[in-house]
Design a protein around this ligand. Sequence first.
Ligand SMILES: Cc1cc2nc3c(=O)[nH]c(=O)nc-3n(C[C@H](O)[C@H](O)[C@H](O)COP(=O)(O)OP(=O)(O)OC[C@H]3O[C@@H](n4cnc5c(N)ncnc54)[C@H](O)[C@@H]3O)c2cc1C
Length: 263
Amino acid sequence: MTLPLLIVGGGLFGSQAAAYARRHGLAATVFDPRLPGAASPAAAGLFKEAWAGKKLKEHFQRALPLLDQLYGLRHVQLTRDDDSNESFLFVPPSAILERAPVRQQVTTIGDGWLEAGGERHEGWVYVAAGVWCEQFHAGLQITGKAGASYVFDDERAGQIRSIARGRQAISFTRDAGTTFFSDGTAESDFTPAHDCQTLERASALGLSGAPIQRHWGRRPYTPGGPVFMKIGARTWLATGGRKMGTILGASFARQLVEEELRS
Ligand SMILES: Cc1cc2nc3c(=O)[nH]c(=O)nc-3n(C[C@H](O)[C@H](O)[C@H](O)COP(=O)(O)OP(=O)(O)OC[C@H]3O[C@@H](n4cnc5c(N)ncnc54)[C@H](O)[C@@H]3O)c2cc1C
């Protein structure tokens, strides 16, 4: 009998694993109580090969077919201050995130089971709990680096402005009818001053007026790069998505389903 896949966390990592498992005929249940500080709702969803660099190139290449099959790759052109353009791929988190996860916090896991809402569930277990993974597997040394993103009314032309080496402020239509803004702020000690600075940068790109949404999330960083590991005969864990959670979540979903569950 094939076991169901039980997923702890419905962010970009857990949601893609669930969707890909179902695509391969497996039953998948996602548990997520929507904890404040989850990274995925704040993500722009942008990616490009140059950002992945040599270290993450393999993940980038593994991710693209999954993202295209399950959600459809989108293309966007952002305009720099000198009027030149830069192209990106993106998939909005709204297309990826599990729509109706079980809104329960997983309290305990063991090998091939978990407990949530006072009930025990048996199956394959995938821990995809972002910065909270440490509570299920000690020693990961996860650091959360926080940033806020803002959504403004109306669609406006996509823009990109360099802030520092490898860091940009970007605005574009991530979801229809609105304009998304983020500036790459990634702080272990996030303060209201960081929020003010982000809003000032949005205003400098012409996004004035009150935003209609604010998302604040902690990107998971693990020493030595992203982590996918088998922690029991029927239990796996993945985290460390940092600024590349869309492609890393997709790459690890393939690894889990193709190499672990179906082998
Ligand atoms: C402002 C900002 C912009 C970003 N832009 C991009 C971008 O353009 N492109 C990109 O690829 N990445 C981007 N990122 C990074 C990306 O968001 C992260 O790498 C990614 O979201 C990490 O996904 P995750 O599923 O590991 O973690 P999370 O999204 O944090 O999800 C973990 C989930 O686990 C749940 N959980 C925790 N504990 C439990 C429990 N005990 N039981 C059940 N559920 C639990 C939480 O509620 C949470 O929803 C951005 C991040 C931020 C903050």
